[in-house]
Design a protein around this ligand. Structure first.
Ligand SMILES: *Cc1c(COP(=O)(O)O)cnc(C)c1O
Length: 458
């Protein structure tokens, strides 16, 4: 078998074939329904086979993937996908990813990949600068914000307990001093998940009420102390709203609490002179989680944990082993829960290079402007926009919950565009996330037409 693989490794035609399929995909994906057609989904049955006993010809493997896989993808690289908060993919980053795939580096240690170690270091500096965070803020390159928040919260938990003379990594949480966890009522579900994994519980949290946009009410903030882990949000997952950081973070600083900000898609507002007002005060926090694969349009999977206290992060995540060789250089595994990791920082580097500082700002600002345009067009067409469109999210309704839900089904089935749904103040709403550089005003006009056409059928 390994002889065969060695021969295949030098079969340049195989990689050409993969490239041609990819190009074919990119050239046709924009002309087909945004969500795969029923037939494409039915055809996925082709994959439900027994694991073959014998090796399958590599060309056949690729062909099968392109024949049955490509048509059943969601066309989120196009301009009319508005589901969840899923970003597009910057061309330079996609191309760089192909090259990096050929490298197949392990980003765990400097000695496993000097180039990745250096590019992580470079990205760290650029990000701190771009987002205007405190000097010496550390960055860890993880799979997404779920993991990034987990890292920020574990760093905070351990830091608070250490101040109390409790080393949680050796003694565990049994009998440890209590930590108070304070968060907004609109916190993302991944924050709850992280807290439950970390042994901080889901039921003993202090939830601060939010205003009608989903922002934490600063006037209802409980007393904070030096045992408090406070979790804030830059970009509510439905409305896009930002917590009032200046007021809340100043109080937290004074109380010596640890502040983590979930800024999965919203933190990038800090990179735009026009939108920076939304993130004013974030520099007072201790840790931040953000995705590069959402509004920045870097490829999946790319999340970042940023932490003001480099030691707190590395102490919480570090490990040792007789064969592990730490170096004078950056060892990526100190900043992430994983040891082996793919070289995702290279794609982030390529994204940032391709955009430059002004390009990042322009990308983020254009997403916001397009969301405002989308909302204006929908209002003109007689729909109700329920949120202040401060960033890239638009919440829409058409009559009552039942009508809105029906409308959403029809829009999704149209293949013209794809939006998700959410519950907002107890009502079903349609949720639009303008998240890709690929979206044009024509895409938005066409999508609004799809809304109007669906309403006619209702
Ligand atoms: C998307 C999102 C997350 C989770 O991020 P992943 O990259 O999917 O793990 C957390 N918080 C908010 C506000 C989000 O939008």
């Amino acid at each position: 078998m390994t002889d065969q693989l060695r021969t295949q490794a030098l079969d340049w035609q195989l990689y050409e074939q993969a490239k041609n399929y990819a190009l074919d995909y990119m050239q046709t994906v924009l002309d087909r329904p945004v969500f795969p057609e029923a037939e494409a989904i039915i055809n996925l049955a082709a994959f439900r086979e027994k694991l073959p006993d014998q090796p399958v010809d590599p060309y056949r493997v690729l062909e099968k993937l392109h024949q049955f896989g490509s048509p059943a993808t969601v066309a989120q690289t196009g301009g009319r996908y508005f589901g969840f908060v899923n970003g597009g993919i910057v061309p330079t980053a996609l191309a760089a990813k192909w090259l990096v795939d050929a490298w197949d580096q392990n980003a765990g240690l400097y000695v496993m990949s000097p180039v990745v170690s250096v590019l992580e270091e470079v990205c760290e500096k650029w990000l701190v600068d771009l987002l205007d965070l405190p000097q010496n803020t550390a960055a860890g390159f993880v799979s997404g914000t779920s993991t990034a928040s987990l890292c920020g919260l574990v760093a905070g938990r351990d830091y608070l307990l250490r101040k109390n003379g409790w080393d949680v990594s050796s003694r565990g949480l049994f009998g440890a001093p209590e930590i108070r966890v304070v968060l907004g009522a609109g916190a993302h579900s991944t924050v709850y998940k992280a807290l439950s994994i970390l042994g901080l519980g889901k039921d003993r949290l202090i939830q601060v009420p939010t205003d009608e946009q989903g922002r934490m009410r600063a006037d209802l903030l409980p007393e904070l102390d030096s045992n408090t882990l406070l979790i804030l949000q830059a970009g509510n997952v439905n409305s896009g709203a930002f917590d009032p950081f200046v007021e809340i973070c100043s109080k937290a600083r004074a109380a010596d609490a640890w502040v983590h900000i979930d800024g999965a898609f919203g933190l990038w507002a800090a990179a735009s002179p026009r939108l920076k007002h939304l993130t004013a005060g974030i520099e007072l926090a201790d840790s931040w989680s953000v995705d590069a694969h959402k509004t920045l349009n870097a490829p999946y999977d790319s999340g970042l944990i940023l932490c003001r206290h480099r030691d707190a992060l590395t102490q919480a995540l570090h490990m040792t082993g007789s064969y592990i060789i730490y170096s004078e250089n950056r060892d990526g595994m100190l900043y992430s829960p994983d040891m082996s990791r793919r070289a995702r920082a290279v794609e982030l580097w390529a994204t940032l290079m391709a955009l430059g500082r002004f390009g990042v700002a322009a990308l983020i600002e254009e997403l916001q402007q397009k969301a405002v345009y989308f909302a204006d067009c929908l209002r003109q067409a007689g729909f109700t926009v329920l949120n202040e469109v401060c960033f890239n999210q638009v919440l829409v309704s058409s009559g009552d919950s039942a009508q809105t839900k029906e409308l959403l089904k029809l829009i999704q089935a149209s293949g013209e565009c794809w939006c998700g749904g959410a519950s907002w103040h107890g009502n079903d709403v349609i949720r639009i996330s303008v998240c890709s550089y690929r979206t044009t005003r024509q895409d938005i006009d066409r999508s609004v037409q799809a809304f109007v056409a669906a309403r006619l059928v209702l």
